[in-house]
Design a protein around this ligand. Structure first.
Ligand code: HSE
Length: 405
């Protein structure tokens, strides 16, 4: 029998406890031994739960218990999660986590610590909720050189955009519903400002390109500036607006990584990923595009990924060493502002001649209002965009990058 501890009994941690207890028979078969939830760390008490006797408020009872061999960290945040996880690894316990911030900020260090202590540090649940994507990239696609990853990586913002577009719900109401459903971060600014998606593209890019890509080097925009008018113009031009995390390897070997709203052409599979669903498109040189799709947030989808990592730990107590990226620095990431992207632009009304003189050939988008102009440009760097805007004396209402195909 393997004894398990869960750190944090919030949305994810409670889902992990539920799955381990309710699916105990199936899990025993797959792990080849019984997995017993012996301790749950939380500052709150849950007297009505059938497993109320297993709660503790004292981390020392977990880290100092030699019988606990696997710890699931589901408390979120960087501190004290980093200290707790480090101490568990140093104590010879395998750790699994759903904590994107922890992996994006400390992944290289924690992987090295796990390796030194011959235990596992697994984090399938940190990207894409219930979607298996990290293990497939590290194992099933291991023969490939990766060139590009693009994904809808945040369930909350995708849910909000879908509700705004399809049900004309206000941003605030859609966000409140996402919080109620357990999709949003404790501080939902991390969702709507793109920070959560940034952590996830950092984890994916670190796996794909072999060096730790830190969030501070990644250009990050959220969805707070997206207006319903933009969504309507985009639709008319044949595009959907989605918050995308993107990383690709540039010809000089550096990684171009960013999180921003993009106009996605209706023919691209990412354009039809709605609600809380995430989708991650990974391009390998042998396979071409591979698409991963499923529920990207929520209690049981995320717990499913955590529990599968727990089972992996039970089967490989000496550490399976799948993820292996080295530390990285800012020199490995290029300046996203210098990478040309086609742009959607909406501004106070301009004549077609003024637009053409400043931006060259553009694709105009018909609107309903005579007081504004909207169009799609050819690929431009940020500097080229700014000088064209200045040349046209454009009073800009909105600018969004456009994915070419
Ligand atoms: N807040 C995150 C999301 C949770 O909405 O995608 C899953 O990582």
């Amino acid at each position: 029998m393997a004894k398990i501890a869960i750190i944090g009994h919030g949305v994810v941690g409670s889902g992990v406890a539920e799955l381990l207890i309710q699916h105990a028979d199936t899990i025993r078969g797959r792990a080849r031994e019984e997995l017993d939830v012996s301790r749950i760390l939380d500052l709150r008490s849950f007297p009505d739960l059938p497993y109320a006797d297993r709660f503790t408020t004292d981390f020392e009872q977990i880290v100092n218990d030699p019988e606990i061999s696997i710890v699931a960290e589901a408390m979120g945040g960087l501190h004290p999660a980093y200290e707790f996880v480090s101490r568990c690894l140093e104590a010879g316990k395998s750790v699994v986590t759903s904590n994107k911030e922890l992996v994006a900020e400390k992944g290289a260090a924690l992987l090295a610590l796990a390796k030194a202590h011959k235990v596992n540090f697994l984090f399938e649940a940190s990207v894409g909720g219930g979607i298996p994507v990290l293990h497939p990239m590290m194992q099933c696609l291991a023969a490939n050189r990766f060139s590009e990853i693009s994904g809808i990586l945040n369930g909350t913002t995708n849910f909000i955009l879908t509700k705004m577009i399809r049900e004309h719900m206000t941003f605030a109401d859609a966000l409140a519903l996402a919080q109620q459903l357990g999709y949003a971060e404790r501080n939902p600014a991390a969702d709507v400002e793109g920070i959560d998606a940034c952590r996830k593209i950092c984890i994916l890019a670190s796996i794909a390109f072999g060096h730790h890509i830190y969030p501070k080097f990644v250009h990050t925009e959220g969805i707070t500036q997206i207006a319903l008018a933009d969504v309507a113009y985009a639709d008319r031009a044949g595009y959907a607006v989605k918050l995308i995390g993107h990383a690709d390897r540039q010809p000089d070997g550096r990684v171009n990584a960013l999180v921003a709203p993009f106009l996605i052409p209706h023919g691209n599979p990412l354009s039809v990923v709605d609600d809380v669903f995430n989708a991650i498109m990974v391009t390998g040189d042998a396979t071409g595009d591979v698409l991963f799709y499923g529920k990207g947030a929520g209690k049981l989808p995320t717990a499913s990924a955590v529990v599968s990592d727990i089972i992996e730990c039970a089967k490989h107590p000496q550490g399976c060493d799948y993820a292996d990226w080295t530390d990285g620095d800012g020199s490995m990431v290029c300046d996203a502002a210098a990478v040309p992207y086609a742009r959607y632009l909406r501004c106070d009304a301009l004549t077609p001649d003024a637009v053409r003189a400043a931006f060259g050939e553009v694709q105009p988008i018909n609107g309903e209002s005579a007081d504004e102009t909207a169009f799609l440009t050819a690929p431009l760097t940020d500097a080229q965009l700014q000088s064209a805007i200045a040349a046209a004396h454009a009073s800009v209402r909105s600018v969004i990058r456009v994915l070419a195909h």
